[in-house]
Design a binder for this molecule. Structure first.
Ligand code: SAM
Length: 349
């Protein structure tokens, strides 16, 4: 196969990316990002705040060596399943094992009774979660957990875990399927997403402050600090994060109605620490090309970021991408004109 054909085949693979809603996902603007990134020469890329993994998966499908990181375990496990993993898939024997009856500790059933899912659904989750620990291959574990997370998110109105019950159930098809149907469908979807791009791709589950990776290009898409929006990933996704971690090392806040646990501290979520967090990232990665996604209503501001990046990079470009976030919260509603933010792509070479 010639090189051009190889790239085309890989690019076609991107259609199999298992997208779910994820706060701040670049899914809708991946083409715009690639428009700019494709003009740069690089073989390896470090996606330090991988989130839904759409950027890493896209770049894997462009033949790049991809290293991802995110401090959320449920983001990391998906990256392990479809970016680091190049060949393992779940087969019918695995599926039988995953669905078999067992006696388990009923943790989800007792802890989350009448909160997000019905008793039958909670029983299913307890059963499958326990069966997953019997799989003896780390990539099969990652695929199964990713499928289970996808099933939970699909079966949940708005795909988030901030409220009790079915308040926002709009009766769409996803809400009508059983959680087991979602799980089985998700296994197929994740199996299809597995492919080999000929590179040794890696994924990590660390705080950005604690990881150093050598790559030709580093891509930073941290949570945006704004005064009027909520960027707390644990608050939204604590249930699936707990599920992936099997609630190990997590202390549930018993007084909270949705039984969430304490948010992970991120320096990017607070004004007084966001500046120095960027500064540290730039300094640590100054020998790589640095690309940053950031938005116009955030701090540091565009000009401040340009100045900070210019300390380490002689050539700094800023590209504007028009983007309306589809995720809103109380102060930041979908369709609200305040939600019309410009997405910037900074590139420092
Ligand atoms: C804006 S989202 C990234 C979205 C991603 N580019 C996508 O397209 O889906 C920011 C991500 O940073 C992660 N994060 C926040 N603070 C972090 C930290 N200090 N270290 C590592 N990851 C962090 C969050 O878990 C979240 O997934």
């Amino acid at each position: 196969m010639n090189n051009q054909l190889e790239i085309e085949n890989l690019t076609n693979q991107f259609q199999y990316f298992p997208g779910t809603r994820y706060m701040g996902s670049k899914n809708k603007i991946i083409g715009d990002l690639w428009n700019h990134l494709s003009k740069i020469e690089f073989e390896s890329v470090f996606d330090c705040f991988a989130g839904s993994n759409v950027v890493g998966y896209f770049l894997k499908s462009q033949g790049k060596k991809v290293i991802t990181n995110d401090f959320m375990a449920f983001s990391h496990i998906t990256s392990k399943a479809i970016i680091e993993n190049s060949r393992h898939q779940l087969n019918s024997v695995d599926l039988k094992l995953l669905l078999k009856k067992n006696s388990n500790n009923g943790f989800i059933q007792s802890t989350y009774k009448d909160i997000f899912f019905s008793d039958t659904e909670n029983e299913f989750l307890d059963r499958v979660r326990q069966n997953i620990s019997e799989l003896d291959n780390e990539y099969k574990v990652a695929l199964s957990l990713s499928a289970l997370v996808r099933a939970c998110i699909k079966k949940r109105a708005r795909g988030i875990f901030t409220f009790v019950g079915e308040r926002y159930n709009d009766g769409r098809a996803d809400m009508k399927k059983t959680i087991e149907e979602h799980f089985i469908e998700s296994i197929d979807i994740f199996n299809q997403a597995v492919f080999d791009n000929g590179k040794k791709n890696e994924s990590y589950n660390l705080r950005s402050e604690d990881i150093s990776v050598k790559a030709d290009l580093v891509y930073f898409d941290p949570p945006y600090f704004t005064t009027n929006s909520d960027n707390d990933y644990v608050r939204r996704y604590h249930f699936v994060e707990g599920l992936v971690r099997n609630w190990q090392g997590i202390r549930i806040q018993e007084h909270s109605v949705v039984k969430k646990f304490e948010s992970y501290k991120s320096p990017f979520s607070k004004k007084d620490t966001a500046y120095s967090a960027f500064e540290t990232l730039f300094k640590k990665n100054q020998s790589s090309i640095i690309a940053i996604s950031y938005s116009s209503n955030s701090l540091p501001s565009k000009n401040e970021l340009i100045q900070m990046l210019s300390k380490y990079k002689s050539n700094v470009e800023v590209h504007e991408i028009d983007h309306t976030y589809s995720f809103g919260n109380q102060n930041h509603k979908v369709g609200n004109k305040n939600n019309r933010v410009k997405e910037y792509l900074f590139i420092g070479i």
